[in-house]
Write a protein that binds this ligand. Structure first.
Ligand SMILES: [Zn+2]
Length: 260
């Protein structure tokens, strides 16, 4: 048996055909576990394969000349060579049904989908483009939060994107935020929770600080399922949980509702 045809599902531990997962939007056909999908695959899913990328050549210049376990520049070079993408977000425009849509999808494979200056700038430009072209906006979050290698410059992106969203809001155009596993830190604390609709994929980890930090701070045991989509929906932090296979019909219905 050639390798890679079968895979043991990390959630239900059942053997599943890789091609059954691939043809099911990277969702386990046996237990419905939603595997992470890359930014380009996500935009292909949203736009049925037909979209134009925006600001593709933008990359970080390491403004702080930062070194963690290794120099930040080396990390950036290595990742862009390995993954072919230059940053942790891909933005583009296309159509969902009759609606013009500008979308941004975050790439977890690029430093944990972390938000640095380029992520902030690309999302801000996407929002400004949506204003200019009178398009709806969809942002798909998948991120560990702000990018520490860019220090305060990454934190400033929270304010920059939120300000752009506020200008977008004044145009009475719809913004749908989709939170996927995981959406945490400064991304949750800014644009991911500012949608006209905030929706999530099943069982996504969504929060600001991690559960261990919270338990140590409040000295209490956290309830079961804390910071998962289902818990957040129950407690009024989300508007809906949408399975990946139902995502496009759901978005189309919502856009029809908003735009009329
Ligand atoms: Zn499974």
């Amino acid at each position: 048996m050639p390798e890679g045809l079968w895979q043991k599902c990390i959630s239900c531990k059942e053997p599943v055909w890789q091609k059954d997962i691939d043809s099911n939007f990277q969702v386990c056909p046996k237990c419905n576990h939603h595997y992470k999908i890359g930014a380009v695959d996500r935009l292909n899913l949203l736009f049925n394969g037909s979209w134009q990328e925006m600001d593709a050549g933008m990359f970080s210049t390491d403004p702080l000349d930062f070194t963690a376990t290794k120099p930040y520049k080396e990390t950036l070079d290595g990742l862009s060579k390995k993954s072919g993408s230059l940053e942790a977000v891909v933005t583009g425009s296309g159509r969902i049904g009759r609606h013009n849509v500008v979308a941004a999808a975050m790439e977890y494979g690029f430093i944990g989908g972390s938000m640095g200056s380029v992520v902030g700038e690309k999302i801000t430009r996407a929002i400004e483009n949506a204003i200019l072209t009178h398009a709806a906006l969809i942002i798909v979050s998948c991120s560990g939060g702000a990018r520490m290698q860019e220090g305060v410059l990454s934190l400033m992106q929270m304010a920059k994107i939120s300000a752009a969203l506020s200008r977008f809001d004044r145009e009475k155009l719809p913004y749908i935020s989709l939170l996927t596993d995981p959406t945490t830190g400064g991304v949750t604390a800014s644009f991911a929770m500012l949608g006209d609709l905030n929706i999530a994929e099943p069982e996504a980890l969504i929060g600001f600080a991690g559960p261990r930090v919270i338990e140590q701070t409040i000295r209490q045991k956290l309830p079961e399922g804390f910071q998962r989509s289902e818990f957040l929906l129950q407690h009024g932090m989300l508007d809906a949980i949408v399975e990946r296979g139902m995502l496009v019909p759901y978005l189309l219905r919502s856009l029809n509702f908003f735009v009329g």
